[in-house]
Each structure stands twice: as C-alpha cells, then as structure tokens.
Ligand binder design. Structure first.
Ligand code: AMP
Length: 363
C-alpha cells in the first residue's frame, strides 16, 4: 500500500469544527489524530485520540507534538508561519509554509494570483490614509479597504465610497499595513474546493454558489447556478493554482462571477478545508475532509462526483435552537459542532439537503 499505513497519527493544528470534521474523516480511514490547540474547550477535542493544549509559539511543546505524529496539517490559516517552519524540521507539514505565507497576506496572495494570469480585483498595497487616497485615484470608487493580514468573515475591512470616507475607514481598521481593492460588480460568489495529492494528482469538486448574510457564509448551493463554461473555467483556474504551488491537501478558491469581462476574478484562497464545501459530506462519494486526509497521507484521491443538487445551510448563533425541528425533517442531514454556548455570529452547526439536479432552489 502507498501512503501512511492505517494506525498512523495525523497531527492537526487548530481544534474548531474543521479540525473536528477532519479528525472524524481520519478515523473513518483508520488513522489516529492528535489535535494541538491553545483553547481549553474546543469542538475537535470530543472526537480525537489526543489533545495538546498549548500556544503556537511554545517551541518545546511543538517539538513533542511533532515527535508524536506521522504528518501534520492545519485547519485554519492564521497559524504563525514560523510555527509551521519549526514543525517541518521534524515531520512533513501539508500544506507547506510557503503556501501559508502567501495566503496570510492579501497583497502577496493577489500578486501571486495575477502572476498566473488570473484576474483579481484591481488592488494596491498602502501604508497610510494618504497613500490610499492616491491609489484610489487610479482604482476609483467605490472600493474596499482591507487589512493585509488576519481578516475573516468581513472583519478588518471597510467600504469607501468617496475620498471623504478614507480617513475614517483607515482608522476603523486599526492597522497600517492595508490594501485597497476596487469594488467588483458581481452577480454571484462561488468557490472551488480542489485537492492535490502527494504524487501531483489533482481533483476538484464542482463549484458551489455562496450566499453571505452579515459577511458570514449562510448558504452554499452546489453546483453553482452558472453556465457549464464558467463552471469549467473556475475549476481550471483552481487547478492551475494548486499545480503552481506544488500544493498538497485541499485548497478553497473563492471567486466573484461578474456580468462583464473578466467574468471570473479570484477573491481569496484558503489553504484548508472550507465551510463552502461541507455539502460534500453527503453529496459526494468522498467528502472534502476525507479528500484532505487522503492527500496529506499520500493515498489516491477519491471520487468527487455529485449525487444531486446540494444545499448547505449554516446554523449560526440561535439557529441551533431549531435542532429539534431539524431532526424531525427527513431531508435534513444535521451536523452539530458540540459547542455548548451559542453566540451571535458563532457557527454552531450546519444542515445539508440533497435534491434532484433539476430542483429549483428557493434562495
Ligand atoms: P473577504 O474577507 O475578502 O472574503 O471579503 C468578504 C466579503 O466582502 C466577500 O465575500 C464579498 O462579499 C465582499 N467583498 C470583498 N472584497 C470585495 C471586492 N473587492 N468587491 C466587492 N465585494 C467584495
């Protein structure tokens, strides 16, 4: 058999719901998991063989963790690049530190994507409000001012509609390493979940359409309701990105679909399994979580075909109070992340429903 033998241990940095679902997929294939997370209580701790609770900067504990596992991966991209570098001295870490570095910085990320001949929003890196005003003379309004690092779910960004907005927007970010992006006129946001194995084998899932509410993913529909040509083009772009990065694991590519050319622009890439791919658990022979485990363990990648139209809805905050009602719904595949406290904006679980391909979704 090629790849890691069942019984081997996979180290996972980060213990949220993505880490939890990775650990469950690893167990399905006969692997053990050891999750490293600084928090005291976290969703992955309930489903893993071992847990280490320590800071990502704690080099001694990281070394012991590396010695206890056969391969390491991570479930979120804000792990310090240095941490991954240290771990990689002792054991394989996938995706590698270079990928992490590119995806942590919106400026490097966009430069990398454009260098592949793939469109993004027009952008410029800026170090002061005055520089932002200058850059916007070329880019134009409206635009989005974003921090280069550590933004998620709409945090660390502000819309500027005219020069008069720039100073206040700059202040609201609380950072002096930022980027301005022209506002993309889009009809739809989509994502492609793509995987590349250790031998270079590449497989993608069909693109999903993503609907956000209050900047947080609300619903994903797969396949995205766009024509076949655009679906194929989005997949081709994602596959070009993973090939260029010599990537190992699952990568999510988020794109804007515009009515005008270029129809597809990459918004960002995430070097991990992604919320917009959760439908793959029920809708495909291989889920994104299993695919990631296969990729990093050196196994052949699995089949990504779609059984039918898939609609995934996040259960955010008090949505989880619907649990009893959802459990009574024979169409609903319900996932609860084991978080005890619901807070506004907190992802508590999700529900996936499958339909025939010609079903008309009502969202
Ligand atoms: P991000 O954190 O970059 O994923 O942005 C969060 C959301 O803000 C995206 O999903 C879009 O809905 C919106 N957004 C971000 N950047 C742009 C842009 N340049 N043009 C239009 N909408 C944007």
């Amino acid at each position: 058999m090629t790849g890691l033998t069942p019984g081997a241990t996979i180290g996972i940095l980060g213990g949220g719901q993505l880490g939890r679902m990775l650990a469950m997929a690893a167990a399905q294939l006969g692997y053990r998991t050891h999750v490293y997370c600084p928090d005291t209580e976290f969703p992955a701790s309930q489903v893993t063989d071992r847990v280490t609770r320590a800071a990502y900067e704690d080099r001694e504990t990281l070394q012991a963790f590396a010695e206890s596992v056969d391969v390491i991966t991570y479930e979120f991209e804000n792990i310090p690049v240095e941490t991954v570098g240290w771990l990689a001295e002792d054991v394989d870490v996938f995706p590698d530190a270079r990928v992490l570095e590119v995806s942590q910085d919106r400026l490097q990320e966009k430069a990398f994507i454009n260098a592949l001949g793939i469109a993004t929003a027009p952008y410029e890196g800026v170090g002061s409000a005055d520089e932002a005003v200058d850059a916007l003379k070329t880019i134009g309004y409206p635009a989005v001012l974003k921090t280069r690092r550590f933004g998620y779910d709409g945090k660390g960004q502000a819309i500027v509609r005219s020069e008069g907005d720039v100073k206040a927007a700059w202040k609201s970010l609380g950072s002096d390493k930022n980027i301005v992006e022209g506002f993309v006129n889009f009809d739809m946001e989509i994502s492609v979940i793509v995987a590349r194995g250790r031998t270079g084998e590449v497989k993608s899932f069909l693109p999903a359409e993503n609907i956000h509410t209050n900047h947080i993913l609300d619903v994903s529909i797969c396949p995205a309701r766009i024509d076949q040509g655009l679906l194929d083009e989005a997949v081709a772009l994602a596959e070009k990105i993973v090939a260029e990065l010599n990537y190992v694991g699952v990568l999510a590519v988020e794109l804007f679909v515009s009515p005008d050319e270029p129809r597809l622009r990459v918004n960002e890439i995430a070097p991990r399994v992604h919320n917009s791919g959760h439908w793959s658990i029920e809708a495909c022979p291989t889920s994104q979580f299993e695919q990631h485990i296969r990729a990093i363990c050196g196994l052949p990648l699995g089949d990504t075909r779609l059984y039918g139209q898939a609609v995934m809805k996040n259960l955010i905050g008090d949505d989880i109070l619907e649990l009893e009602h959802l459990l009574a719904d024979s169409e609903a595949n319900v996932h609860h992340y084991g978080k005890l406290k619901a807070r506004p904006g907190r992802k508590m679980g999700h529900v996936t429903r499958l339909y025939p391909f010609d079903h008309k979704v009502d969202v």
